[in-house]
Ligand binder design. Structure first.
Ligand SMILES: [Fe+2]
Ligand SMILES: [Fe+2]
Length: 335
């Protein structure tokens, strides 16, 4: 079922389609009122994704308005509320590091914390279901929501490396080059994903029909890329993606074998199953550890970013699992 656009998202769309400065007074007042009250998480995620489209999506006439004061205000308020919420959720008690952003932490403990987060929920139930039970159509429905283990990773890595130097910069460059298929146009990861989508006639699920947990999982990348000050958190979040992708991709490949997926569906998940364990190790050894030598104060923040990703992943996988099984019984995918 398509849900009607949420009020902040709808007001923001009117700002973007208006395209002029200054804002009509009525719209300014409407935004005042909307932002004075807590914004529903679905509305917040949809609105933030719109603002991230302006900053890093394909160019559109509204891209010029990315720094419009009204857009910046919406983004600032929604992001601030979201960050407060994320920070209010403490890390698991058994983590080797806690969220005390002021405390000095050794690089070894950061590495241990990242590996501990990666091991936690490394194989969510929904991936095991994809491997062992899901029908062809259910598997495709999940992949359409999942978007791959590292959707948009090339641009995220490119954003993450801005301002880094030395080994961390080189590691992110190597990772980016792998995303680019090592220079082979046919092996670029987004091209492989397009091939997979065509082979499976995978539907493109409009944002309005995606569960809020899926929207927030994608929006986290936008939040980190749009806020240079969150570079330590972004290093942690992207590192976690690499550390967890390999085994999940292997389960998707098992699902492909079981349902008899076409050959063109395989390369995208094959390449990630093979290369992401290496990417994960190298990200930790060549990006995180050396960056900590230069910025020891980033230690808790790198773990914090990985924790955010872990948290939003877990919420998304739980909902995808429940809703896809419900969808099999004839209900909607949307929350
Ligand atoms: Fe990739
Ligand atoms: Fe990777």
């Amino acid at each position: 079922m398509t849900q009607s656009p949420a009020p902040v998202t709808r007001a923001l769309m009117r700002v973007l389609t208006g395209g002029s400065l200054p804002l009509p007074l009525s719209l300014d007042h409407e935004l005042d009122e909307l932002l004075a009250a807590p914004v529903d998480p679905r509305d917040r995620a949809l609105a933030l994704l719109l603002t991230y489209d302006l900053l890093s999506g394909p160019l559109q006439p509204a891209s010029r308005l990315a720094r419009h004061p009204a857009v910046a205000r919406v983004q600032w308020q929604l992001e601030s509320a979201w960050l407060d919420e994320l920070d209010a959720i403490g890390m698991p008690a058994d983590m080797p590091i806690q969220q005390d952003l002021g405390a000095p932490v050794s690089p070894d403990r950061v590495v241990a914390a990242l590996r501990s987060l990666a091991a936690r929920d490394r194989l969510p139930g929904v991936y095991r279901w994809v491997a062992r039970q899901a029908s062809h159509d259910e598997l495709v429905a999940f992949l359409a929501l999942e978007g791959g283990p590292d959707a948009g990773f090339d641009d995220l890595v490119a954003a993450c490396q801005v301002g880094l130097t030395g080994r961390p910069k080189l590691e992110l460059a190597q990772n980016y080059w792998d995303e680019m298929g090592g220079g082979d146009p046919a092996a670029v990861h987004t091209v492989l994903h397009d091939r997979l989508a065509a082979a499976l006639t995978m539907p493109r699920v409009p944002r309005e029909e995606q569960p809020v947990e899926g929207l927030e999982r994608v929006a986290l990348g936008g939040l980190l890329a749009a806020n240079h000050w969150l570079q330590p958190e972004m290093l942690g979040a992207l590192g976690l993606i690499e550390l967890q992708a390999g085994p999940r991709c292997r389960l998707v490949l098992q699902g492909f074998e079981r349902v008899g997926a076409p050959r063109d569906a395989y390369p995208f998940y094959e390449v990630h199953a093979e290369v992401d364990p290496v990417h994960g190790r190298d990200w930790v050894d060549n990006a995180v550890v050396p960056v900590l030598a230069e910025h020891p104060e980033w230690a808790p923040r790198i773990v914090r970013g990985a924790w955010w990703r872990s948290l939003l992943n877990a919420r998304f996988f739980a909902v995808a699992d429940t809703q896809l099984r419900r969808a099999a019984a004839g209900d909607s995918l949307a929350a």
